[in-house]
Design a binder for this molecule. Structure first.
Ligand code: SF4
Length: 441
């Protein structure tokens, strides 16, 4: 049984409301933190080894320590709730069912960073959640946990919720800041990083919802105890949103010591693959990370079991590994067609490209068109090589990571499933009526 830190009270009826949350130990971590110095809280977060849960996995304590503190200039905490990565829906779960966990985490983090005005930037499509968050903010304020002179400490903090307008790119931190400033959500060139020049050119920390929520148990049990959970540099627990060909899709909290096999087949988590089908592949960290075929998914290149953590999933680098990413775990069974799947993702990235840089603007559209052609049985062998060439020219040559995110799924699909691409080229008639998976298993 995996240790629960974030979801331990998720089953309690009414936990969404302040009274129930408080009765079950809510805001005790905030009370504790507000009696500590900000340096002490920062030290706890550093000791915990917490890594950003949005995708990049950067150490949170280190990110916080980069925040510039020029005299007389306000600083901000901005929570990135623009959860738009296909396959990822764990932040939605937290905000919908445990909004006070996020608000409490924001209070502790805002205090530590010296942010008197903090923001939640939420994905536009999550249209019902801002009301839940705003209600929680009002409740916390009425109880003295937000507003002026919180708990008599002299610390003031207001939290505002800002709705996005449905653009995936606004999940990129600098595009998010542009959008929050009321402009078109185009990513900025870095440096300067937000820690130096962020929202309205003020020092800003942008963190994911789950990252900020995790600050609460870190203060509750101490950074050192948090660091004992998990393995190596994958400390603490991680929320995984599981979907695709599994019996039990949903949001699970894991402690990063379980194997991928256990996660897919155990009844505690995904409960196996429907109808006894075979596992073909998995995308373990949201649509941007490389797809991994079953044989490499269950074992690393060293023959060790593959674990659900940052290091083990990346074993083998981009040749055979993948990434923990945002924790959006997508399972494909033997009936699925990788070419069709990759084409769907390419269409998504093409649609979501902001268009600022040529390799991404032109390359994503080009990849989508070629994939569509191959999938329909109208491609040639040379198209597969062309596709490979285009993705290589996108990767690393763009302003923001969307370019890489568009290139990696295509690269991994060709690397691991070239036979499926070739099948579409060699079987033009069959390609129009069946997908590779159904025709070949
Ligand atoms: Fe825009 Fe794509 Fe360039 Fe990112 S990589 S800035 S999304 S064009």
């Amino acid at each position: 049984m995996s240790k629960k830190l974030l979801l331990k009270n998720a089953h309690i009826e009414g936990i969404r409301y302040f009274e129930t949350y408080r009765k079950n130990g809510g805001y005790e971590a905030a009370e504790k933190a507000l009696k500590m110095t900000t340096d002490e809280v920062l030290e706890e977060v550093k000791t915990s080894g917490l890594r950003g849960r949005g995708g990049a996995g950067f150490p949170t304590g280190m990110k916080w320590s980069f925040l510039a503190k020029p005299e007389g200039v306000p600083r901000h905490l901005v929570v990135n709730a623009d959860e738009s990565e296909p396959g990822t829906f764990k932040d939605r779960y937290l905000m919908e069912f445990l909004p006070h966990l996020l608000i409490e985490g924001m209070l502790i983090s805002s205090y530590t960073l010296g942010s008197n005005v903090s923001y939640i930037y939420i994905r536009g499509e999550y249209s019902w959640i801002p009301d839940i968050l705003e209600e929680a903010i009002e409740e916390a304020k009425a109880a003295g946990f937000l507003g002026k002179n919180i708990l008599g400490t002299g610390f003031d903090c207001e939290i505002y919720v800002q709705r996005g307008a449905g653009a995936y790119i606004c999940g990129e931190e600098t595009a998010l800041l542009e959008s929050l400033e009321g402009k078109r959500g185009n990513p900025r060139l870095k440096p300067p990083f937000p820690a130096i020049k962020g929202l309205w050119e003020r020092p800003t920390v942008v963190n994911n919802v789950e990252t900020i929520a995790a600050v609460v148990p870190i203060i509750e049990i101490s950074g050192a105890e948090y660091a004992k959970i998990g393995v190596g540099r994958s400390t603490g627990t991680k929320l995984i949103s599981a979907c695709g060909n599994i019996n039990k899709p949903g949001v699970y909290e894991i402690d990063m010591t379980i194997t991928v096999e256990e996660f897919i087949y155990s009844d505690e988590y995904c409960g196996g693959i429907p109808n006894g089908k075979k596992l073909k592949a998995c995308i373990p960290g949201g649509s941007s990370v490389p797809i991994v075929p079953a044989n490499l998914l269950l074992k690393t290149i060293n023959g060790e079991p593959r674990y659900m953590n940052y290091e083990s999933l990346a074993d083998g680098g981009f040749a055979t590994g993948t990434m923990m990413g945002s924790g959006g775990f997508i399972v494909l069974d033997e009936d699925q067609c990788v070419v069709n799947h990759t084409m769907t993702l390419a269409r998504f990235y093409n649609h979501e490209s902001c268009g600022q840089c040529t390799p991404c603007r032109e390359g994503t559209g080009w990849m989508y068109k070629i994939l569509k052609k191959i999938e329909k049985g109208e491609g040639k062998m040379a198209d597969i090589d062309l596709l490979w060439d285009i993705q290589r020219k996108i990767e690393g040559n763009t302003i923001c990571p969307l370019g890489d995110a568009a290139a990696w799924p295509v690269a991994a699909a060709i690397r691991h499933f070239r036979d499926e691409f070739e099948w579409h080229v060699n079987n033009p008639e069959l390609s129009q009526t069946q997908n590779y998976g159904l025709a070949n298993y």
